[in-house]
Design a protein around this ligand. Structure first.
Ligand code: ADP
Ligand code: ZN
Length: 724
């Protein structure tokens, strides 16, 4: 047979399909070893055929791997071809999305261990006097039974091997499935569905549209609806994919899923070790596990016969990939739902404007859950006008009303959450004498001061610099700190409330697999009174004792030069506010702003999604922003400024021709420097376009694929979440 093989090398030169000879153990989708350019590389069989256009004697042969099943199933192969064509990336790059990295690099194999067992009676063993270690092993095994060879080898080197040779000991190889989160508490509350929830489940099952949007306020019990749908699939022998933003893959949630679904649930999560991910992936591939749970990348889970795909918090920006191929999770999920003939359920308290429009237009089904499960009203949001605070001489990050509420909360033995989407101590360090601003050497951005580590950090490339004792430009000793971060908030709180127990949760305090978990658990166990955090604390967490939420700077996300900034702000406020008053006691929210009249804030305070949406959609329509157009950014980056500019010119010429040939399809067209001119030593330029007709999109991708080269990266971003 002839196999059409893609070799696992992501470069445009090798981006072809190669013919190889193969034997009949190899099937479509198999992972193989292929001789290529004097080396053996991994390859994937896309198709089998009888004949090659090349002379047979010129063809090399591929060899099978020890995989028990072809790594790629037919659906994944078909999907990979579609994505390759859509995003114009090397085929190998798309295939990699479908496989755990560990499989490709061959670094992890199934975890196996060798065990030794005595197969004769101890008395019958006769050994020369010198074989002390062999005797010791025999005695050990007689006493302790089957034992791991590694342990025996450490205790008595060479003993096991000697005994095996003489036929006294049998060595067996056993596979251990690594079990992530084994130590988690298993807790699960099975609920009887409320009539609203039951109605939602029923609609998802019976409505004939593929996409079902579940628009439910925070605390309306969306999770229980998802779990019911998954459980029903499981009963029918079908599999499910359940996607959540990376940040909400909290151990509580995982424990709940494990408790309810046991070994049927497999978790694909970047916090797992390489080996654990590998095992979970194979459990899904073999069908041993039928539920894939994970962030964005779990949409590529290797399962068959899918009964439902769920995207929780569908508006979350983490669903857009930021490396090639820059796929949008919804698009991939939609293709899979169509292939499997199943429903795609999107859930959110604050759907994205694009999604909601499609639901209102009738393309998606729209299911509403307007009430919280506990029938409690949503927490009251009070506005603190920070202009007035400043006029009164209060320059601290806490308004009078927030302090008052914090005190009440603390004396009442309740918990509070304070939200500020900026980590570190202060965002910039400025010399008061000459105006010098500390900047990263590799990036065109200012450095953030971190007091814990007494250093300056770049939040774009992660570089660390020693803290300055004086201005490097003028030698001035007066340095000022601008832009308060979470670290500073904690320091200030400690001064205000010396006895309060305060936790901080942000990128700096949550490293490691269980970093988030420890903080959340400490807070859930009520071993802390105040939790200060960034965006991370906004999502999904359920803390019954929290009765106060403070949003310290509601304006921060409003003033980004991004068409989605209003939507983001509305979403963030709703999400954070939703953490308050989830149990018996009524919750409160204090929202601090310098712009209390702002429309978006007004709608957020009233939990008026419908009002917000109407306002937003008419703005977008008036400005011809998405969903009334598509923003396309071509980003050109490279270390050598001259070469980067040359490539930019090349791309620009091709795109400009497209533009002049199709003026009616473009609303906007321009090239410029990117807002951040350099990141990680790479210069950045962009061509920005707004399309009213996306039929030119394939040509844009082609032009970029053409111009891309070894030194300069050219990427296409559609409706980018981040225009920096
Ligand atoms: P959402 O995801 O919509 O914000 P959750 O799924 O977190 O809401 O549900 C909010 C709370 O209500 C949770 O504590 C959950 O355990 C509880 N809950 C959900 N469904 C029911 C039900 N049918 N009966 C009782 N409690 C429920
Ligand atoms: Zn940097």
């Amino acid at each position: 047979m002839i196999a059409e093989v893609i070799v696992d090398i992501a470069s445009s030169e090798t981006d072809k399909i190669y013919d190889y000879l193969c034997d009949d153990t190899i099937v479509q989708g198999s992972r193989v070893r292929a001789p290529f350019g004097g080396k053996i590389v991994a390859g994937f069989v896309m198709r089998l055929k009888e004949k090659s256009d090349y002379p047979v004697e010129k063809l090399k042969r591929v060899y099978p791997t020890s995989d028990e099943l072809p790594a790629l199933n037919p659906e994944c192969l078909a999907l990979a071809e579609k994505l390759t064509a859509r995003y114009r990336v090397p085929k190998a790059l798309t295939l990699r999305l479908f496989l755990p990295t560990e499989m490709r690099t061959g670094k992890v194999r199934e975890l196996t261990k060798n065990y030794a067992r005595l197969i004769v009676d101890l008395e019958t063993i006769s050994l020369p006097k010198t074989a002390k270690n062999q005797m010791a092993v025999a005695q050990y095994l007689a006493q302790n039974g089957k034992t791991e060879c590694a342990i025996l080898n450490k205790l008595y080197p060479g003993g096991v091997v000697g005994l095996e040779k003489k036929g006294y000991v049998e060595i067996t190889r056993e596979q251990i499935a690594r079990n992530p989160y084994e130590t988690l508490d298993r807790e699960d509350k099975l609920h009887i569905l409320t009539p609203d929830q039951a109605r939602a489940v029923q609609t998802v099952k019976t409505d004939n549209r593929t996409v079902q949007l579940l628009h439910g306020v925070t605390g309306s019990g969306k999770t229980e609806i998802y779990l019911t749908l998954i459980a029903d699939c499981l009963k029918a022998g079908k599999s499910s994919i359940f996607l959540v933003p990376e940040i909400s893959l909290t151990p509580q949630m995982l424990a709940q899923l494990r408790a309810r679904f046991g070994k049927n649930a497999a978790i694909l999560h970047s916090g797992l070790s390489a080996g654990e991910r590998f095992d979970e992936w194979w459990r899904l591939r073999t069908g041993e596990a039928k539920i894939a749970i994970g962030a964005r990348s779990a949409i590529f889970a290797p399962m068959e016969n899918i009964g439902v795909i769920i995207i929780d918090e569908e508006h979350d920006s983490s669903y857009a990939s930021e490396s090639a191929p820059r796929y949008n999770t919804f698009d991939v999920a939609y293709l899979r739902a169509k292939y499997n003939g199943c429903k795609l359920v999107l859930g959110s308290a604050t759907p994205s404007t694009e999604t909601y429009k499609r639901a209102k237009d009738g393309e998606f089904s729209l299911i509403r859950l307007d009430k919280r499960i506990n029938q409690k009203p949503l927490p009251e949001i009070m506005i603190a006008d920070m202009r007035r605070e400043v006029r009164r001489g209060n320059n601290s990050p806490f308004s009078g009303v927030l302090k008052e509420e914090l005190e009440k909360c603390l004396t009442g033995g309740k918990q509070a959450i304070l939200f500020l989407n900026r980590r570190g101590y202060s965002q910039t360090v400025i010399c008061k004498e000459c105006g010098y601003v500390a900047k990263c050497e590799a990036c065109d951005v200012s450095l953030t001061y971190h007091r814990d580590e007494d250093c300056l950090k770049c939040h774009y490339c992660g570089a660390k610099y020693g803290m300055l004792s004086a201005c490097p430009d003028c030698g001035g000793k007066k340095l000022s700190y601008a832009g308060t971060g979470t670290e500073r908030i904690v320091a200030d709180l400690k001064k205000l409330y010396p006895t309060a127990r305060i936790l901080r949760m942000d990128n700096d305090t949550t490293s490691g697999k269980e970093g988030h978990y420890k903080i959340l658990k400490t807070f859930a166990d009520k071993k802390a009174d105040i939790l200060v955090g960034t965006q991370m604390i906004a999502k999904g967490h359920d803390f019954p004792s929290v009765t106060l939420v403070g949003i310290l700077d509601a304006d921060m996300s409003l003033h980004f030069s991004d068409y989605r900034s209003g939507e983001r702000t509305f979403q963030l406020i709703t999400q954070v506010a939703g953490r308050s008053g989830r149990a018996e006691e009524k919750g409160k929210v204090v929202l601090q702003t310098f712009d209390p009249e702002n429309d978006v804030l007004r709608f957020a305070i009233g939990y008026d999604y419908a009002g917000f949406y109407e306002n937003e959609i008419s703005l977008r329509s008036a400005m011809a922003f998405p969903p009334f157009s598509k923003i396309v950014r071509v980003l050109v980056t490279g270390e050598d400024d001259k070469k980067t500019l040359e490539t930019l010119r090349e791309v620009f010429i091709a795109l400009e021709k497209l533009y002049t040939d199709n003026p009616d399809k473009f609303l906007f067209f321009n090239k410029m420097r990117a807002p951040i001119k350099r990141i990680q030593n790479k210069f950045r330029y962009q061509v920005l376009m707004r399309l009213c007709d996306t039929s030119v999109l394939p040509q844009i991708y082609d032009a970029c694929a053409e111009a891309r080269n070894r030194e300069v990266l050219v990427s296409v971003e559609e409706n980018p979440a981040n225009l920096s």
